[in-house]
Design a protein around this ligand. Structure first.
Ligand code: MG
Length: 277
């Protein structure tokens, strides 16, 4: 019995080591593109000018001023339908979708800004038409709430004259929201984030892009090329180390989402790729 347990433990350790190695391996046959776009993850927050505040208006402004291809941000909805730019589903232990905006309106983030409303955020977004707004819709509790969230998103983008596939694209871990956005807004880029579905499966459901953790592209080294063949857009998150940036470049992923956009810029240039702006 003792030996059986030891053998099972050894197999489990071997398998997980093998998966960990594969998840971090460079592809055997690189299929590089000639271009790569940088998406600043939660804005370019990792600098003095942004006060190191993720999802702040200052971080969006820094991404815009530095000319990165895109700036990513996370959106949640309060119970009374205010859309706010914030990553977590809870603030001070309160589930955002269950409380009205008045509960959160005075909460400040790392650089002293109030948590931005989507309205304030889009006002800054408007100022630099060349920066793609990479809008992440955070999953909510059920399809009905998520549908309301999508309706409000579309209305807000219209109101701010940003409902334009050249200005905004959508990402989400919610497959329901990706499918609905793709159906409602043909011609817009929608990328699914979770990583458990093949590009062909995602495409079959009408979604035209994937944005997967960089390890997924290492574990399924044909997926980036497969997605390209299917005319889908590809993005990888959150790629912060040089070795992982090189893997993503070798796989031929189109965009990389990173907390280190200046490092990504340096590597893209050093590797001889043209940086999309
Ligand atoms: Mg995000």
């Amino acid at each position: 019995m003792k030996y059986q347990i030891l053998s099972i433990a050894a197999i489990v350790i071997l398998c997980s080591t093998f998966i960990a190695i594969r998840a971090n391996a460079r592809p055997k046959k690189p299929s590089r593109n000639t271009t790569m776009g940088i998406v600043a993850h939660r804005g370019f927050w990792n600098c003095d000018q942004a006060g190191y505040a993720k999802n702040s208006i200052a971080a969006l402004r820094c991404a815009q001023e530095n000319g990165f291809w895109g700036s990513e941000f996370d959106v949640n909805m309060t119970s009374d339908g205010e859309l706010i730019v914030y990553h977590d589903s809870k603030i001070d232990g309160k589930l955002i979708e269950k409380y009205p905006y008045s509960e959160f309106k005075d909460v400040t983030i790392a650089n002293g800004e109030k948590i931005p409303t989507l309205d304030a955020f889009l006002e800054q977004g408007k100022k630099y038409p060349q920066t793609m707004l990479v809008y992440e819709l955070k999953p909510h509790s059920c399809d009905e709430v998520e549908d309301r969230f999508i309706d409000l998103t579309i209305a807000k983008l219209k109101e701010h004259e940003l409902l334009d596939p050249e200005r905004v694209m959508f990402i989400s871990f919610s497959y329901h929201m990706c499918k609905r956005l793709a159906a409602e807004l043909p011609g817009y880029t929608v990328q699914y984030l979770r990583g458990e579905k093949s590009p062909a499966g995602v495409k079959r459901d009408g979604i035209n892009g994937i944005d997967y953790n960089y390890k997924i592209y290492n574990l399924s080294p044909k997926w980036a090329a497969k997605a390209k063949k299917l005319n889908m857009s590809t993005n990888a998150w959150t790629v912060n180390k040089e070795e992982n940036m090189l893997q993503v470049i070798d796989h031929g992923v189109m965009y990389m989402t990173t907390d280190e956009p200046l490092k990504a810029r340096e590597i893209i240039s050093r590797e001889g790729l043209e940086e999309l702006k």
